[in-house]
Ligand binder design. Structure first.
Ligand code: GLC
Length: 549
């Protein structure tokens, strides 16, 4: 067994974490934007799902050029979302319900409104203020190198110097409003130590860390070779990045075992084996298994990703962090419901086509598959991250009017890529209330009429709804302790379209095929099925247990 036994048990060994996109969860003050007051009011929904923790997408003061991933003040709360006092109340009320709180740490870049960046612009070339970012002279009138922004267009923007002349360029791997820090500068390291401590001291239980693979850039900022594809090996996954995670690991460990703090990384790498280095025992505690998220609805592909991720677990003992959806990807119902795929547009983002595949969608089919995928996920050892709205089986809102779209991905690609607004539409709580109960104001993104059918109150009344499946499945996972460390033993099914594995006395079966699968009697009885039946129908999953075990 991996060295999990050499450290004390942690909540994140097998946690169910609810990912909460604050802007779109619940609005308590009628301005059309979700807020922390709304989260406090609706905590019962999350506790009712059986979650152990909440990951809050960034809720710091921000001009919202990338909806909070452009932070102007790392030590505060966005006034639209509340105040530090509201935040403290949320932590206290969540803790009282047994829910931990994870913040989102965004260290690769800040907002161009951050005081450090405005000071850097004012201070001019060669100043210590500029040295906190990546400012360089251009090549004539061209940018310093050929790097591209993940969101479209070049990764460099030229500034006007204090004396009014066209001047240096600064690097931004995302929007121009998100200047990248220079993580080789010790001031940046010290600043983030302080940010971590600030929130740990307020009682947060950990951080989801944004773009871990991007913090350190090639020292010489060498040109990227487009022949190698859009993944730029000079800007991502540089070996020196690991020192930063070792530093944060030690900082978190300094709070002692009673705090049980979590650092979980967003790390996008082309080869999942590259995650190993991030998961060394003195680095990140976990990294998301995006490999599973990007797989098509095929038993062998899904199995392959699970095998690779469980192999990761064996290397350093870091439990997997499973997820099938987040605020950057198309909702699971829509991804799994594609019946006629369409080619993806060219993109600067090496993963865009996988995260947001296009094509004609059968939402009913996608819904069945998403329910089945949930049972697959919840039977696996490790922690599971569930994105808000997935528990309602919401499809992606694909038909948002262009003028309503706010995602910089849409705007920076001239609309070629639709972007991520479709999974961020404010949640429907009550079918017949204004804004479906999200709040009294006009929601910041329009909700389609069909959201009524997915409202919490509607699903509450329907025992066969996705909401009830989520509750039942999370409860059963806990009772059966399926998240605990331990082997995933693959079973022979005799069908390419069906995967099955054993965890203790439980067998999880997923049928991606078009005919029902007859499970051998030795696997026992169905204890939970995604479609409520006692067979493994097409596009469904079921958990079996031997009677009496
Ligand atoms: C991460 C976030 C995404 C954000 C980007 C830039 O990928 O998940 O939402 O836009 O980083 O911060």
């Amino acid at each position: 067994m991996p060295p999990t036994s050499s450290r004390p048990r942690s909540f994140w060994d097998d946690a169910v974490v609810y990912q909460l996109y604050v802007r779109s969860f619940a609005d308590s003050d009628g301005d059309g934007v979700g807020d922390l007051g709304g989260v406090i009011r609706r905590l019962g929904h999350i506790a009712g799902l059986g979650a152990d923790a909440i990951w809050l997408n960034p809720c710091y003061p921000s001009p919202q050029a990338d909806h909070g991933y452009d932070i102007a003040d790392y030590h505060g709360v966005n006034p639209d979302y509340g105040s530090l006092e509201t935040f403290d109340r949320l932590v206290a009320e969540a803790h009282a319900r047994g829910l931990r709180i994870l913040m989102d740490l965004v260290p690769n870049h800040c907002s161009d409104q951050h005081p450090w960046f405005t000071a850097a612009l004012a201070a001019g070339p060669g100043s210590p203020e500029r040295a906190r970012f990546v400012f360089r002279d251009g090549r004539g009138d061209e940018p310093p190198n050929n790097w591209q922004s993940v969101f479209g267009g070049p990764a460099w923007t030229r500034v006007t110097e204090p004396d009014g002349t066209p001047g240096q360029w600064y690097l931004h791997l995302f929007t121009r409003e998100q200047p990248d820090f220079d993580w080789r500068n010790p001031e940046v390291l010290a600043y983030f130590d302080d940010v971590l401590r600030f929130w740990f001291d307020r009682g947060v239980d950990g951080f989801r860390i944004d773009v871990c693979h991007g913090l350190i850039k090639d020292a010489a900022l060498r040109d990227w070779d487009p022949a190698g594809g859009s993944y730029n090996a000079y800007s991502w996954n540089r070996p020196e990045v690991h020192e930063i995670f070792r530093r944060w690991h030690a900082l978190a460990a300094g709070y002692g075992p009673d705090r049980d703090l979590l650092l979980v990384g967003e790390v996008w790498v082309p080869d999942p084996a590259d995650l190993d280095a991030y998961l060394r025992p003195d680095e990140l505690h976990q990294a998301f298994s995006f490999d599973l998220l990007v797989q098509p609805w095929e038993a062998a592909a899904l199995r392959g990703a699970i095998e690779r991720a469980t192999a990761r677990t064996q290397v350093h003992g870091a439990p997997a962090a499973w997820t099938l959806a987040n605020h950057d990807v198309h909702r699971a119902v829509t991804r799994y419901g594609i019946v006629r795929p369409e080619p993806a547009p060219e993109s600067n983002d090496a993963f865009a086509a996988l995260m947001r595949p296009r094509g004609e969608v059968d939402a009913e089919l996608g819904g069945r598959r998403a329910g089945a995928a949930l049972l697959l996920l919840l039977a696996l050892p490790g922690s599971v991250f569930l994105y808000q709205g997935e528990e309602l089986g919401l499809p992606e809102v694909q038909d948002l009017p262009d003028e309503a779209r706010q995602d910089p991905v849409f705007h920076r690609t001239g609309g070629l890529e639709k972007g991520r607004d479709g999974c961020r539409v404010p949640l429907p709580w009550t079918a017949d209330a204004p804004a479906f109960g999200f709040g009294t104001g006009k929601p910041w993104l329009p909700q389609p009429e069909w959201f009524a059918g997915y409202a919490v109150d509607v699903e509450e009344r329907d025992a066969s709804s996705m909401l009830h499946l989520y509750r039942r499945a999370v409860r059963a996972r806990k009772e059966l302790r399926l998240g605990r460390p331990g082997p995933v033993e693959w079973l022979t099914t005799g069908a390419d379209t069906v995967l099955a594995f054993r965890r203790g006395d439980l067998v999880c079966v997923l049928n991606t095929g078009s005919t029902r699968f007859a499970a051998p009697g030795s696997w026992g009885e169905v204890v939970l099925a995604s479609d409520g039946s006692d067979v493994v129908a097409a596009d469904s999953a079921a958990w079996f247990r031997t009677t009496g075990s």
